[in-house]
Design a binder for this molecule. Structure first.
Ligand code: 6K6
Length: 141
């Protein structure tokens, strides 16, 4: 199974430790195409933006599912969710309730997406396990 993990890079302040823990859990189920998102550092990479966009869209196309951490708002993550939905891929959006912030209605109000709140990594892991079971139920993964 190929999983595309999406999380804020230039958007709202990301929780990289949570990203890394989610990625580590996803790796039990297959290849995480975007593992580097847990490791982003200032300056990011030598790739120019066009190269990042083209590579990521290709990865998203070949992915069997998208798992997005959406606590921090991110234009890029929102775009990836919209594309994955358009291409009929299963999408899981995980978020933590943060004071003074409400998740976009365009995510929480979309019945095509699985949107789940988590607090602990144990909860996030259980949500991921159920989501993957659901993906397998709908395909040959
Ligand atoms: C290299 C290592 C870490 O970061 C880089 C260079 N930048 C990006 N690399 C890979 N994917 C990226 C990069 N910038 C944005 N993205 C994609 O958009 C990822 O798949 C994220 O899910 C999403 C983040 O978008 P913004 O708007 O928060 O940057």
């Amino acid at each position: 199974m190929k999983i595309y993990f999406a999380g804020s890079i230039r958007g709202g302040k990301p929780d990289r430790q949570a990203f890394r823990q989610i990625i580590a859990h996803l790796k039990r189920y297959g290849k995480v195409l975007t593992e580097h998102i847990g490791e982003v550092i200032p300056g990011e990479s030598d790739l120019i933006d066009e190269e990042i966009y083209e590579r990521d869209v290709l990865w998203l196309r070949e992915a069997d599912a998208l798992v997005a951490e959406v606590t921090s708002p991110s234009l890029g993550v929102g775009y990836e969710i919209g594309k994955a939905e358009e291409w009929g891929k299963p999408v899981l959006c995980l978020y933590r309730e943060a004071e003074g912030r409400r998740l976009s209605a365009m995510i929480r109000g979309n019945k095509n997406l699985v949107v789940k709140k988590f607090e602990t990594m144990k909860e996030a892991s259980e949500i991921i396990d159920n989501f993957i079971i659901g993906c397998r139920g709908h395909s040959n993964l």
